[in-house]
Design a protein around this ligand. Structure first.
Ligand code: GLY
Length: 372
């Protein structure tokens, strides 16, 4: 990989500092609160969650900040104490069968904590979360069902199947590994299209397991490409390849990356849905861009073709440059988030053109990957 220019290094380091400032401000203003999205720039409001999938991202950022603080500094102590304080309450969620998001919850928190300390009890939490996640498996159809019902598969679950792969690898459990591989193969076959675009949801016949159709909740429509779903796929298939070394998953991650790169504006920040009609394609989703940057920085290390690897790295740097130059909330002192211009759920009117917690987390993760 080529090195960052001094200018980019400085820009990204400043953004990393700003992110810490905003997270400190959030937890000091609203102690113990786990937000999803802002309303007019404020984290605390009465807006509904739709589903409870985001509680790992705030402590996840704290683990990142702790890792890169000067050893034994006041910052290091502050972030460690808070990371533990906000991570511990998540432990009971290792049994949560209501959501399909246990990877989001635990890979951002207990996984980072365990990598730091190697305490066996932390690993046990991860394994239990992986086993709970695997209970969502539908033998007929061969997928992990989404939170909306037995007949539903979401592209987002590619970000969560990693916890099943992890539990399989750590325990040597063949059945867990089979579930993770089959889920990934089914998602590849039913939700990733020939041009590398993705559908948000697949509907199955639960009696026969037959795949029936593509549809959506958060995208423009069933046959469109919701940009965040595409980036969940890009990142998720990269993870599936890391664990399984099945080249089909590397190929799929690459196809999603190529679609993103060739369909996004030159600055790298996409519309909320690539097929949204012209009048609302000006609504961007910076959280997709942040996820994409982080996923590309992971993918570029696995891609055997050096030209492609370089393309992925350069695109990630371009995306991060745009996010830092155009979308940081720095210019509005009242805005409590880090990145503006994220989108949660257009149709329900939740978190539209706001800061969103996963956007913040993957932005920090991408900065971490590019800087260290
Ligand atoms: N529920 C995952 C997402 O909004 O992307």
């Amino acid at each position: 990989m080529i090195h960052l220019s001094n200018e980019s290094g400085e820009l990204f380091t400043q953004a990393f500092g700003f992110a810490q400032k905003q997270v400190r401000r959030l937890i000091e203003k609203n102690p113990g609160f786990y937000p999803l999205y802002t309303k007019n720039g404020a984290w605390k409001h009465e807006g509904p969650a739709w589903t409870h999938w985001c509680d790992g991202f705030l402590p996840g950022m704290m683990w990142i900040f702790h890792k890169h603080a000067a050893p034994d500094s006041a910052d290091s102590k502050y972030w460690l104490e808070n990371a533990i304080k906000y991570t511990k309450p998540l432990e009971p969620r290792k049994h949560d069968k209501e959501i399909h998001d246990l990877g989001f919850l635990f890979l951002s928190t207990y996984y980072r904590w365990y990598r730091l300390t190697r305490e066996p009890a932390l690993r046990e939490v991860l394994l239990e979360a992986g086993r709970t996640m695997a209970l969502r498996y539908k033998e007929k159809g061969q997928y992990l069902k989404s939170f909306v019902g037995d007949n539903s598969l979401f592209i987002d679950i590619m970000m969560n199947v990693g916890i099943v792969f992890y539990a399989a690898r750590e325990t040597g459990d063949r059945r867990l590994r089979d579930i993770a591989v089959r889920h990934s193969l089914t998602t590849r076959r039913t939700l990733v299209r020939g041009d590398g675009s993705t559908a948000h949801e697949g509907i199955f016949d639960t009696d026969t397991g037959e795949f029936l159709r593509q549809t959506t909740h958060q995208g423009y429509r069933g046959d469109s490409c919701w940009s965040r779903g595409l980036t969940w796929a890009l990142y998720g298939f990269t993870t599936a390849y890391e664990y399984s070394r099945d080249p089909h998953f590397l190929q799929t991650a690459g196809a999603c990356a190529d679609y993103y790169i060739s369909h996004s504006p030159a600055d790298g920040v996409p519309p909320w849905d690539f097929n949204a009609p012209a009048e609302n394609r000006t609504l961007l989703d910076t959280s997709s861009a942040a996820i994409c940057a982080s996923g590309l920085l992971r993918l570029c290390r696995l891609e055997p073709d050096p030209l492609k690897a370089h393309l992925y790295w350069s695109c990630a740097v371009q995306i991060l440059t745009t996010l830092c130059e155009k979308h940081l909330a720095k210019s509005d002192p009242k805005w409590e988030g880090i990145l503006r211009g994220g989108v949660y759920h257009v149709h329900k009117g939740l978190g539209v053109d706001e800061s969103v917690m996963w956007g913040e987390y993957f932005f920090c993760e991408a900065l971490e990957r590019v800087l260290w």
